[in-house]
Write a protein that binds this ligand. Structure first.
Ligand SMILES: [Fe+2]
Ligand SMILES: [Fe+2]
Length: 344
């Protein structure tokens, strides 16, 4: 969705220009009380006037702000972006982090309006302070990650063969998602969903999870319950639907042969298809009670032999990443469980 724009008609631009001519930049910001916080700056980013609320927000007096280079008020990571937007007269809403006088970060949305007065281009910027909302969201995410770590450890303590499986699956899934060009919000959901995808295994009897050799039919039916159990376990902790769907659907196969629902093709969310491939790759390349580990090249060849089970684009991307050596780093190589510290 395109960002909202503040695109006043010519009359409002003329009004701003007249205000500026008659009473200076202060009169412009003072007249626009409907904006949460506002300031006027020149085209090269010199701040001419700020309203009281903007000055309060960042801990300066209005006098101190007069004439200041506005990029100095912005977090270092956002400075180049702001300079570019100033130089191109960008007029859509965008987000950046401001730094207060005491070096606190304020997360704001800016809506600029460019106008001309006496042949000079000015910019009026209205701000909305989202700091409290964003801090609350970050605290919730932090809290969810802590819950997630506790759940993963609970499984790893029972089944040492799974140590690191979910975190390595997550790294692989994120590489595939990045190569597919998936957006940041989707990547975040994949990180959470992949990180917890086997959480339902905590309810599977340990003798079945660690059994060497082939599972009997009734034992296999226990195993196939773990996506639904995991989905139920996570129902009330505030995860987004994309993440919980990954947990529920990470064993669905492109050809309909997966579980729990036997979904086919595009009925399987792409995020779940990504985690499905990453999970297979990691599992095949890892040691199991009943077999040795394979290399990533061998693992992807095994997946290619049953290619009908995987989303074609996801499998192709997975193969390309393996070929490029992307997963050959230490963080992807499963360390035999007997060499790992469970509580390390
Ligand atoms: Fe699983
Ligand atoms: Fe898994």
């Amino acid at each position: 969705m395109a960002p909202p724009t503040f695109n006043p008609d010519q009359n409002i631009r003329l009004f701003l220009a007249k205000l500026l001519e008659a009473g200076g930049a202060d009169s412009v910001v003072d007249a626009l009380s409907f904006l949460d916080t506002a300031f006027v700056l020149t085209r090269n980013g010199q701040l001419l006037a700020a309203n009281e609320r903007f000055a309060d927000l960042i801990g300066y007096s209005r006098k101190e702000l007069s004439g200041i280079d506005v990029t100095k008020l912005v977090a270092f990571k956002d400075r180049a972006q702001l300079q570019h937007k100033l130089s191109t007269n960008f007029s859509s809403t965008y987000r950046l982090d401001l730094l207060t006088k005491s070096a606190e970060v304020k997360h704001v949305s800016i809506t600029p309006c460019v106008f001309t007065s006496s042949g000079t281009v000015y910019r009026l910027a209205g701000f909305v302070d989202n700091t409290d909302i964003i801090n609350l969201k970050n605290a919730q995410i932090h809290h969810l990650h802590n819950i997630s770590r506790a759940l993963i450890r609970a499984i790893e303590v029972r089944d040492p063969y799974t140590i690191g499986h979910m975190s390595r699956t997550t790294l692989i899934a994120l590489e595939i998602a990045a190569a597919l060009g998936l957006p940041k919000a989707t990547m975040e959901a994949i990180e959470m969903g992949a990180g917890l995808h086997d959480v339902g295994k905590s309810a599977i009897p340990i003798e079945i999870l660690t059994k060497p050799g082939k599972l009997a039919a009734h034992e296999w039916s226990f195993i196939t319950k773990h996506p639904e159990i995991g989905h139920r376990m996570l129902a009330d902790i505030g995860l987004d639907k994309v993440s919980t769907d990954i947990v529920l659907l990470h064993h669905e196969c492109w050809d309909g042969s997966g579980y729990p629902h036997g979904l086919v093709g595009d009925d399987i969310p792409l995020e779940a298809a990504v985690v499905h491939a990453a999970d297979s790759l990691e599992a095949i390349a890892g040691v199991r009670p009943y077999r040795k580990a394979y290399s990533f090249e061998e693992a992807v060849n095994i997946m290619e032999e049953v290619r009908q089970k995987y989303h074609p684009d996801v499998l192709k991307t997975c193969g390309e990443l393996v070929k490029s050596g992307k997963f050959s780093g230490k963080e992807y190589n499963p360390t035999p469980f007997y060499e790992q510290e469970i509580w390390g």
